[in-house]
Design a binder for this molecule. Structure first.
Ligand SMILES: [Zn+2]
Ligand SMILES: [Zn+2]
Length: 186
């Protein structure tokens, strides 16, 4: 008798107008959520790919409600088209900044920037660094900052070595060298 009474009271709840209202509200809520998911996926996918097939598949996926949403979040492209465009711009700017210098590696011929000391591609040594921190070009005889002789000059035969340059100002060093040659000529 108890079981029948419980069943009867349950049936009363289901058929009551209050339950009907709650069920309607729940249905409307789920419906709105579903439409929102479809619209969100449709809007999101057009920002992530230009492929029409990909877009259509993802929008169809959205019609399967929550499983579709979860699946979409897994398979969607990780970056938006705007992000990809920005990355491409950055890459081009970097390449242009390199090509502007129009310097290339003597070993592997890859473009280099003028302040590179090693070739980043083939690891060839391109320049030296003075004790004072100044980058020394291969054809320089002295450091333009501290007047230190570069290694090539130091290793030359004694007769080719110029007088030790104690001055720290390159202009003075060059002026002395010029004077010396002028005296030799006269
Ligand atoms: Zn190289
Ligand atoms: Zn130096």
């Amino acid at each position: 008798m108890d079981a029948i009474a419980t069943y009867a009271s349950l049936m009363n709840i289901f058929s009551s107008s209050a339950f009907g209202v709650i069920a309607t509200i729940a249905t409307i809520y789920v419906g709105i959520l579903w439409v929102a998911i479809i619209l969100w996926i449709a809007r999101d996918i057009v920002h992530r790919t230009n492929s029409l097939t990909y877009q259509v598949i993802c929008i169809l996926l959205s019609f399967t409600f929550l499983p579709g949403l979860i699946l979409y979040l897994i398979v969607r492209p990780s970056s938006t088209l705007a992000d990809k465009y920005d990355e491409e711009l950055e890459r081009r700017a970097f390449l242009e900044s390199i090509s502007e210098t129009d310097d290339e590696c003597p070993t592997c011929q890859n473009p280099l920037r003028r302040d590179f000391i090693f070739c980043p591609t083939c690891r060839a040594r391109l320049r030296k660094v003075c004790k004072c921190g100044q980058i020394i070009e291969p054809n320089w005889q002295v450091c333009p900052c501290c007047g230190q002789l570069t290694k090539e000059v130091k290793n030359e035969k004694p007769e080719n070595i110029k007088r030790p340059m104690k001055s720290k100002i390159v202009k003075k060093v060059l002026a002395k060298a010029a004077q010396k040659t002028a005296i030799q000529k006269s």
